[in-house]
Design a protein around this ligand. Structure first.
Ligand SMILES: [Zn+2]
Length: 277
């Protein structure tokens, strides 16, 4: 009996200690970046994002409701470690960048859905929030995790970019004559294109780092920005740059857009690029 009590006390103490630690981790993240960090469904619901989970008692089937959906995750070490990882990636941006782009909150969940498709990240403009999947076990592919963070952050940022139509037109003009984008990132879920490799940086055409970049201008831009920001994958961009003038122009324009977004006078983004070359 005494043993059971001791065991219970041990788990209670370690549970309290870990939940306190999580609270502290979240608090310092929020203070540092001046944005809210949500990990619970109620916080997400109160912020205006559709909750997800409805499990039937029979068979435990998850019913996904329409809209951006969020399944919370366990408050375990995976979550702490993800917060640390996210924090390191966001720290690469100039100070106040997140405020400049109007980001108010980040929600971290085990699984995210847009309608019925599972996503690694969702920019939710209605609530000025980005949702990220944070349930990656550590030692998972860091390059991919960082890619998702910067890619979705850039989708979000473009909504607040001043004179964005002008930038977007300039971007389209860089492409080869007669080139037309596809109908957006959603193409990767289209069974008609199931044999297309959307994942590799295979430089399928001058001006494009991957097939995915050709699905839509917004994906093309988000991919280039995430390669600029993610040193783990930057070589995939740098290796094509010397021989591809269209890509050079896109990188230059992406950096111009980032400078406008961050309000940086010195060329912070060029330094980021050259620092790793
Ligand atoms: Zn995208």
């Amino acid at each position: 009996m005494r043993f059971v009590f001791t065991l219970f006390a041990f788990f209670l103490v370690s549970y309290l200690a870990s939940s306190q630690y999580l609270e502290k981790t979240i608090e310092s993240f929020e203070q540092h970046f001046q944005i809210a960090l949500f990990i619970d469904s109620m916080e997400v619901i109160n912020h205006g994002i559709t909750p997800v989970e409805k499990r039937s008692k029979m068979g435990n089937v998850t019913v996904i409701v329409d809209g951006d959906s969020f399944i919370p995750q366990r408050k375990d070490t995976v979550l702490y470690q993800y917060i640390d990882f996210l924090s390191a990636e966001l720290s690469k941006y100039p100070e106040k960048y997140l405020q400049n782009i109007g980001l108010e909150a980040i929600a971290l969940g085990a699984e995210l859905f847009v309608g019925k498709t599972k996503r690694g990240g969702i920019p939710n403009h209605q609530t000025n929030t980005i949702l990220y999947e944070a349930s990656y076990a550590m030692l998972y592919d860091e390059a991919y995790m960082a890619n998702v963070i910067h890619h979705e952050l850039h989708h979000f940022a473009e909504q607040t970019l001043e004179k964005r139509e002008r930038y977007f037109k300039k971007w389209e003009k860089i492409n080869p004559p007669k080139f037309k984008y596809g109908y957006g990132g959603i193409m990767q879920y289209d069974p008609r294109y199931q044999n297309v490799d959307f994942a590799s940086y295979n430089h399928p055409k001058e001006g494009f780092v991957s097939n995915y970049a050709m699905t839509g201008a917004e994906e093309d831009r988000a991919m280039i920005v995430s390669l600029i920001m993610n040193e783990r994958e930057r070589a995939e961009l740098l290796k094509w740059l010397p021989s591809d003038q269209l890509l050079q122009k896109k990188v230059k324009l992406a950096i111009e857009m980032l400078n406008t977004l961050s309000g940086t006078s010195e060329n912070y983004w060029t330094e980021v690029m050259t620092g790793y070359q």
